[in-house]
Design a protein around this ligand. Sequence first.
Ligand code: PMP
Length: 395
Amino acid sequence: MRASERLRGLNGDGDDGWGLFYRARQMVAAGEKVLELTIGEHDIPTEQSILDVLHRAASSGDTGYAPVPGMDALRDAVVARAARVTGAQIVRENVLITPGGQAGLFSAHAAVLDPGDVGLHIDPFYATYPGTIRGVSGVPVAVEARASDGFQPKAEDLDQAAASHKARSLLINTPNNPTGAVYSEQTLQGIAEVAQARDLWVISDEVYDSQIWHGRHLSPLTLPGMAERTLVIGSMSKSHAMTGSRLGWVIGPADLIAAMIDLATTTTYGVPGYIQQAGLFGLGQGAEIEARVGAPFQRRRNLMMRLLDGQNVLSVVPADGAMYVMLDVSGTGLSGADFAERLLDEEGIAVMPGASFGAAARSHIRVAMTLEDQAFEDAMGRLIAFATAQVHATA
Ligand code: PMP
């Protein structure tokens, strides 16, 4: 007996690009000292006030099945947050509560792709994207965003890919993991024009919308003619340091959300009530808690920019948002992958090779700013010294 073709093909052919991450984890398990700057996990736990609500809700009996679309009050809180963050005018029927953004990405693609349909996504990309599209029997096609364009996708590239593959959907992510790009108004206008001209659904992953260090977060949902063809993916993982609680949402047209509620009934059967209560409390804290949770990444991003100012081997484009920085290491003469392997072996510092996120980032490494400030500064100092030494070694 064997698994379905869909599941056997989930990761595509070959390397999933996470070899270095697993090697670093093995080194840690073997007792070696490794500074891990690999994945997007905060270095702080969920705030106690949120955990108190979670605990109280569970202890006082909210342990049964919860409403599958999400509690009315929580859906309404997502409506209010959308108005605050992007100015989107939506109602409760536009919101489905999901077990995290990842489940939202899956159900959004399930809602718009038929088997064999092409779903576009941007390269560099968050690691799960192609697998999510394959998981609903879609066909992922990557459209490159170039470092020389600040990793902003170009409308003509999207248009060409949409036309030649007869694509049904386009998955975008702003603020972006792994690049730190925040899409400009011009980029989003271009996306909106292509989506309307080529009749595409736009799935807009906005799970980092609270982490903007430069510029402004814009959602395609608010552009003229886009509400009927846009699905926004949101999550409390990054904004409220609630990665383990698995709480997110999809915003979209009411009829599509109704169909996705049917899908949720046959897959997740919703999100536990005590988690939803905790999320409702968290959203009720407004922008303040989101700024507090995001502040360490902004501090470390600024620290990183200061450290990089004093050298000319590594360059950064663009680090405008999210908890990562992409560094171009081509000035060292090494590929991103070789740089990352050697940095791990010689300095005990683990970063992700850019190639883990697609071909467009192969001369980069991605640094997750997830160590406390002093340790992060020390690690970056060593990383920059290592990069500089490579140039001298080859000079
Ligand atoms: N989208 C992006 C771009 C991410 O980086 C992540 C998590 N690292 C997710 C979605 C999924 O997040 P979650 O399921 O925890 O909400």
